[in-house]
Design a protein around this ligand. Structure first.
Ligand code: NAP
Length: 248
């Protein structure tokens, strides 16, 4: 029997990368999985098919994570389709890098809205559902740069630091209703997001990581599984770094 037998998960941004790895990992341990995607419809349908091939239920919902109204209607639809929500993974995220002096208002607003506002949107929509159940696990994707900052990523670092504050506050507000909330702070993980960086910069990063390799989406998904399951029943309000000791 899997660790998540009978559980329902909702993952934002699971058409690719870390979100996809998490959706598949949760399904492999018995969860049925609802997930959202933005632009990658083909990828989303392939993820849903992969989950169904494991014998689990999966539905992909097209939704812009920055939209408050979309988040609330997706959550309503997931409850109608699946009956409950036990696990929320706030994963959707983007980068629009630039030095502070050259950063446009649009770069700032886009990153804060997709990365940080989306966590507010989905968490607020899901919390009443979990509170009624007197149980739930909320997992939010921060980053080591939310803890340490990063030149060229003031917007992204601020969004990821904001996620930590928001998640710790949810843990404190909702603990009495049986809801746990934690962050994962990945380091340098091989996905489309990091593939966009120049090769020399990626090589430079890899050299500075004490474990001497970039992380994989599955490295992150294993920690998401821990936080989603009863293995972490007394873990709440925490940030778990998945970074090979990078920046630690
Ligand atoms: P990725 O490969 O670029 O995938 C991003 C995912 O987010 C995609 O599924 C994308 O969906 C979705 N998404 C983006 N904007 C969206 C929007 N407006 N509405 C709905 N979905 C949206 O990125 P990743 O590397 O897997 O990153 C996943 C999370 O981990 C992000 O929060 C990221 O900040 C965080 N993280 C990543 C790293 C890393 O090294 N890769 C390190 C630390 C933290 P569509 O393609 O369908 O639009």
């Amino acid at each position: 029997m899997g660790l998540l037998e009978g559980k329902i998960a909702l993952v934002t941004g699971a058409s690719r990368g870390i979100g996809k790895a998490i959706a598949l990992k949760l399904a492999s341990e018995g969860a049925d999985v609802a997930f959202t995607y933005g632009r990658s419809k083909e990828g989303a349908l392939a993820v849903a098919a992969e989950i169904e091939a494991m014998g689990r239920k999966a539905i992909a919902y097209a939704s812009d994570a920055r939209s408050f109204a979309d988040a609330h209607s997706v959550v309503e639809q997931v409850v109608a389709d699946f009956g409950r929500i036990d696990i929320l993974v706030n994963n959707a995220g983007i980068t629009k890098d630039g030095l502070l002096l050259r950063m446009t208002e649009e770069q700032w607003d886009d990153v804060i809205e997709v990365n940080l506002k989306s966590v507010f949107n989905y968490s607020q929509a899901v919390v009443p559902v979990m509170a009624r159940q007197r149980a739930g696990s909320i997992i939010c994707m921060s980053s080591v740069v939310g803890e340490h900052g990063n030149a060229g990523q003031c917007n992204y670092s601020a969004s990821k630091a904001g996620i930590i504050g928001l998640t710790k506050s949810i843990a404190k507000e909702m603990g009495a209703r049986g809801i746990r909330a934690n962050c994962i702070a990945p380091g340098f993980i091989e996905t489309d997001m990091t593939a966009a960086l120049p090769q020399d910069l990626r090589d430079q990063y890899a050299k500075t990581i004490p474990l001497r390799r970039a992380g994989t989406p599955d490295d992150v998904a294993k920690v998401a599984l821990f936080l989603a399951s009863d293995l972490s029943s007394y873990v709440s309000g925490q940030v778990i770094n998945v970074c090979g000791a990078m920046n630690s």
